[in-house]
Write a protein that binds this ligand. Structure first.
Ligand code: GLC
Length: 578
């Protein structure tokens, strides 16, 4: 059976249908697969590149676009369909690039605009799609607009692009409401006027250097129309929309109740999350994407509960995908996993969209480490550090991480991978406080470690400076010793390695069209194991602590290598047939 995808076309045909963006809508591009190029995303495996930690071409210690360019072939050989790039735009980097000061250029530390154009072009030549990050909730405080707002007067058009309010109390020194920043501390900062006197307050749901736009202002809409078109004109295949559920705030900006203040879970209902009006933005953007053909996509980063609310982002005429954070947040436990899988397929299915699946990204503890903790739920987004109450056992972590991925990649829909998970990288726990960069760490005075532990530059070559990340020894966060053993060159070609497991899973997933398949649960021999069928592949996963007998059939993939004759604890197998 041939894998589907444009890479199956002849080179000339490929560049016609993809590189130059003329699509062959309505034509099946593979005899074995029903999807058309316009539907590529429905079962795509999309690999997240976090540019500052992927590959550094010039020795600054910070990754860059040329570094990514140099490894596109490695991503192709891994077997993914698309690459999502976290922000590489000009930014003071107070929140690792999610504080954008210019939406239509490249930060000099990552390269120049021509590097981005070349990267998009080369990826397309290889048959890889490119999705870029769009950060519409807030800009950097260094954005020209915010600087203009600071220099303008209350009530001016320049202030109206952001959320400025007078303070409460006689002197206006009490913030306009009691909202708190996601990173800790108040969500309002008072400005100092040119004459040195205190002025209005502005809202920032994240760091004080990330002022929120006012999305009731038409000018903001027009600005982002231009940003979308700018990158679509350069050939990007879509956008991952940062905090997609936060753009609209409840009118009047009401105070949080005590219960809302106490609930710091990412999906908690608050007057700045998931307001119905936010969907108007995505219906509008969907129209802009459609001008460029049917194959450009929007993916929502929306920490919204329950799944039915999340699925509203992918209704027809809105976005295409939403990260399934309910799945990411599920503990390593058979009932919990089965429930969230069922609920996801139902909620997204009812909205007419495929589900996505994701275990790791740049905001959460790497799943390899997370799933080996007794407390798997309260660490998002607290992070792990030297004084955390527990530390994952490395062997258990590796085993569970592999089993979890093998389970995820057998599910129908689209899957997101985060750079380094294909190497089985653990969360880095022992980062010295002085080197931590995440604003979460600093805004909570170290109470929450935050996200640096999953952002450490990844290893390519064991016996090279910075494990092949950088030609100098520089790395913006220190790499632990264990990254040497886990470097890509150590794993390549070794059938027991996590890298080869990922390659096998991705190839079989394509061969058996699991991404467009149907899941049906089957009775398993033990309540601690899950068993389901997708197409002609049977998948079993053991969450318990004793082995379970395997059904007959040929094992085509096993998260433990070599495959034992039984289903071992923390072990997933794919069996052909049944
Ligand atoms: C999203 C990003 C995160 C960032 C935040 C503010 O959650 O994934 O990294 O800090 O938005 O932009």
């Amino acid at each position: 059976m041939r894998p589907h995808g444009l890479e199956q076309n002849q080179p000339s045909e490929r560049s016609r249908s993809f590189g130059q963006r003329t699509r062959v809508v309505g034509m099946s591009n593979s005899s074995s697969h029903p999807l058309r190029p316009a539907d590529w995303w429905q079962d795509a495996v999309i690999y997240q590149v976090y540019p500052r930690s992927f590959a550094d071409s010039n020795g600054t210690g910070l990754g860059d676009l040329k570094g990514i360019q140099g490894h596109l072939g490695d991503l192709k050989s891994l077997g993914v369909d698309a690459v999502w790039l976290s922000p590489f735009y000009p930014s003071p980097q107070n929140d690792a690039g999610y504080d954008v000061s210019d939406y239509t250029d490249v930060d000099p530390s990552f390269g120049v605009l021509a590097d981005a154009e070349k990267l998009i072009f080369s990826a397309h030549e290889l048959g890889l799609r490119i999705i870029v990050d769009l950060v519409p909730n807030h800009s950097s405080s260094e954005h020209r607009w915010f600087q203009e707002a600071l220099a303008s007067t209350p009530g001016s058009n320049a202030r109206a692009r952001y959320i400025f309010r007078d303070g409460l109390g006689e002197d206006g020194d009490i913030p306009p409401n009691n909202w708190e920043s996601v990173f800790g501390g108040p969500a309002w900062t008072r400005i100092t006027q040119a004459d040195g006197s205190p002025g209005q307050w502005y809202l920032h749901l994240f760091d004080s250097s990330q002022p929120d736009f006012d999305w009731t202002n038409q000018e903001v809409w027009e600005h982002f129309d231009g940003v979308l078109r700018f990158w679509l004109d350069r050939g990007v295949d879509g956008f991952r929309v940062d905090v997609a559920h936060s753009l609209m705030k409840e009118p009047g900006l009401p105070d949080l109740s005590d219960a809302q203040l106490a609930d710091r879970s990412p999906g908690a209902a608050k007057p700045f999350w998931d307001q119905d009006a936010v969907h108007d933005v995505y219906r509008h953007w969907s129209g802009i994407l459609a001008e460029y053909g049917e194959d450009r996509i929007l993916c929502a980063e929306a920490w919204v509960w329950p799944l039915e609310r999340m699925a509203r982002y992918v209704r027809p005429g809105e976005m295409h995908q939403a990260f399934n954070f309910a799945y990411l947040s599920a503990p390593w436990q058979p009932e919990a996993l089965r429930d969230v899988i069922d609920e996801s397929l139902k909620a997204f299915g009812d909205a007419g969209a495929p589900s996505t699946w994701v275990l790791s990204n740049h905001d959460v503890v790497r799943h390899t480490s997370r799933l080996a903790l007794a407390d798997q739920e309260s660490i998002v987004p607290g992070g792990l550090g030297p004084n955390s109450p527990e530390r994952p056992d490395p062997a258990l972590a590796t085993r569970r991480g592999r089993a979890a991925t093998a389970l995820m990649l057998a599910l129908p829909g689209s899957a997101y991978l985060y750079q380094g998970e294909e190497l089985g990288l653990p969360e880095v726990i022992d980062i010295p406080d002085a080197l931590r960069e995440d604003p979460t760490f600093h805004r909570t005075n170290g109470e929450r470690y935050g996200r640096d532990g999953c952002r450490v530059p990844i290893p390519w070559v064991k016996d090279a400076p910075a494990f092949g990340f950088s030609p100098s020894r520089e790395t913006w966060l220190p790499q632990p010793e264990v990254f040497g053993e886990l470097a890509r060159d150590q794993q390549e070609g070794d059938p027991s390695s996590t890298l080869e497991l990922y390659k096998t899973l991705l190839q079989l997933r394509k061969e058996h069209a699991l991404g467009t398949g149907q899941l049906s649960w089957q009775e398993s021999a033990d309540p601690q194991a899950l068993r389901f069928q997708n197409g002609n592949v049977t998948v079993l996963c053991n969450f318990g602590n004793h082995p379970v007998a395997l059904p007959d059939g040929k094992i085509i993939a096993s998260s433990i290598w070599p495959a034992p004759s039984e289903l071992a604890p923390d072990h997933t197998v794919w069996i052909k047939g049944h």
